[in-house]
Design a binder for this molecule. Structure first.
Ligand SMILES: N[C@@H](CCC(=O)N[C@@H](CS)C(=O)NCC(=O)O)C(=O)O
Length: 239
């Protein structure tokens, strides 16, 4: 049984969607990043960068247990292990990998920074808001243009590139990404929502969030955005 040590954020959910699409046996181990579980020494042994998600495959390469961090790498690993959602045809395969890496390098980091400066910072830093919001809008245009030429993000098949990107794009309404202006993006988004594995993931994500909120009752949250504290937490846990 594949272990997913994670939290149902967009990065966690992309792996949940993949595991559901594959229909393999897997189990979610809750890592509550608000409580600082990612800095516990036992988690740092799995994920040295103190971030979710991480998987542990008891039957990894060479028949031995294998542990992995980084959601894009995890998707590629699972796709290769089970021979699904990363086409064998060279062109389609490299196209898909380009769009997985596009999500990892652009969509995730830029949307993440936009969320941070729009919602989580106490100060109103207009320069940062503009920079990341404008970049996010530009990335929606890139997605829409790609989906004008291609049924799915990677190629003409549903792949790990779609799974990687979907969760990050759920905030499109708040960003003013209208159906009239971004019709191809919306067509794709609806096709994603219609997938049974994506629907099962949404239900599971709600369940996990509720379970984690209950387990966190009465416990003190950390400020995960305080990079200085996080640096000290990592030092203390690994020294
Ligand atoms: N590139 C990494 C990003 C992982 C990441 O940023 N995870 C966040 C949640 S979505 C996290 O664990 N944050 C906890 C922290 O920063 O302490 C991936 O895709 O796996």
């Amino acid at each position: 049984m594949i272990e997913l040590h994670s939290s149902p954020t967009p990065n966690g959910q992309k792996v949940m969607i993949m595991l559901e699409e594959l229909g393999v046996a897997w189990k979610h181990f809750d890592i509550n990043i608000r409580l600082g579980d990612q800095f516990k020494p036992e988690y740092l042994k799995l994920s040295p960068n103190n971030k979710i998600p991480t998987i542990v495959d008891p039957d990894g390469p060479g028949g031995k247990p294998y542990t992995m961090m980084e959601s894009g790498a995890i998707l590629i690993y699972l796709a290769e292990k089970f021979g699904k959602f990363l086409p064998k045809d060279a062109r389609k395969r490299y196209d898909t990998l380009q769009w997985v890496i596009f999500q990892m390098a652009h969509v995730g980091p830029m949307f993440g920074q936009a969320n941070h400066f729009n919602t989580y910072t106490k100060e109103n830093i207009q320069y940062a808001k503009d920079r990341y919001n404008n970049e996010s809008i530009r990335l929606y245009r890139v997605l829409d243009n790609r989906l004008k030429d291609s049924a799915w993000l990677g190629c003409d098949e549903y792949t790990i590139a779609d799974m990687a990107t979907y969760g990050w794009t759920k905030g499109h309404k708040d960003r003013g990404i209208t159906e009239a202006e971004y019709p191809n993006f919306h067509r794709w988004f609806k096709a994603m929502q219609a997938r049974p594995a994506v629907q099962r993931n949404d239900a599971m994500a709600t369940e996990i969030r509720e379970r984690m909120a209950k387990a966190a009752e009465g416990k003190e949250a950390i400020n995960i955005y305080d990079t200085k504290d996080n640096s000290q937490r990592l030092n203390a846990a690994t020294r």
